[in-house]
Ligand binder design. Structure first.
Ligand SMILES: [Cu+2]
Length: 252
């Protein structure tokens, strides 16, 4: 696939947030450009063909309602084909581009040798519970390492919820008896930029009852070595980090 070649050069993964921001920018820029051209051309024609009170020229070929202006290969037909052709090129390019890039979002980057980390996310009225591969469970705060592909399997134990983080641009339905999958990845550069610990707010995006608006959580991303140390300590159901402090200020 073209998109995977472009997007996965080296080990530089692109976060979903980056991909969606790019799509947004491309569509906004193209929309603004084409919108400006179309409106300007329309205004110019409004001015050019305004009713100045004079008689129309003899060769004036007035358009007929319900008939395509064929013009027998004349200027009108050329304009028609040009505008159809250009529109088709723009629309088809956008479809191919957006579809390719969304395939990447769907499949996610290659987790490589280290593999990915699978987290089970279960929504309930009103909160989130996370289960790690070693069986350790935690509520409210999900602690994951940087530079790793994190796979989430989202479900619910009662009513419909939706697990998401606006900053990470991820959102997955949490439906009882069903599992939706998603992934995210935060680079160590980002974690460093946020002072050694990157935090992202988690919210419920499906109106699920009285406590819906308070159904918040947090994703905390810490450096890999730090995380491994913390994770090793969770074997005995110890949710706090090795140094005894809770991560991100949320009680463990
Ligand atoms: Cu909810």
């Amino acid at each position: 696939m073209i998109d995977s070649l472009i997007l996965q050069q080296g080990s530089d993964w692109r976060a979903q947030a980056e991909v969606f921001d790019e799509i947004f920018f491309v569509f906004l820029a193209l929309g603004t450009l084409i919108g400006t051209i179309v409106v300007a051309y329309m205004l110019w024609n409004v001015y050019k063909y305004r009713d100045d009170g004079g008689e129309p020229k003899e060769d004036f070929d007035a358009p007929v309602v319900g008939e395509l202006p064929t013009g027998q290969g004349g200027p009108k037909a050329k304009k028609l084909f040009l505008s159809f052709g250009l529109s088709a090129i723009v629309v088809i390019s956008l479809v191919v581009y957006a579809y390719g890039i969304l395939l990447y979002v769907e499949e996610g980057p290659d987790a490589g040798e280290e593999g990915d980390i699978e987290i089970l996310v279960e929504g309930y009225q009103f909160g989130w519970e996370y289960e790690y591969p070693n069986g350790h469970t935690q509520t409210e705060e999900l602690i994951v390492p940087a530079d790793q592909r994190i796979d989430i399997q989202v479900t619910s134990r009662d009513v419909w919820h939706s697990f998401g983080s606006s900053e990470l641009r991820i959102k997955s339905d949490a439906i009882p008896g069903e599992t939706s999958t998603n992934w995210f990845s935060v680079s160590s550069e980002e974690v460093e930029a946020q002072g050694g610990e990157a935090t992202y707010t988690v919210e419920c995006f499906e109106l699920c009852g009285q406590g819906h608006s308070a159904m918040k959580g947090q994703i905390t991303v810490i450096p890999e070595d730090e995380w491994e140390e913390w994770y090793a300590g969770t074997e005995g159901e110890n949710a706090s980090r090795i140094d005894g402090t809770a991560v991100g200020g949320v009680p463990a």
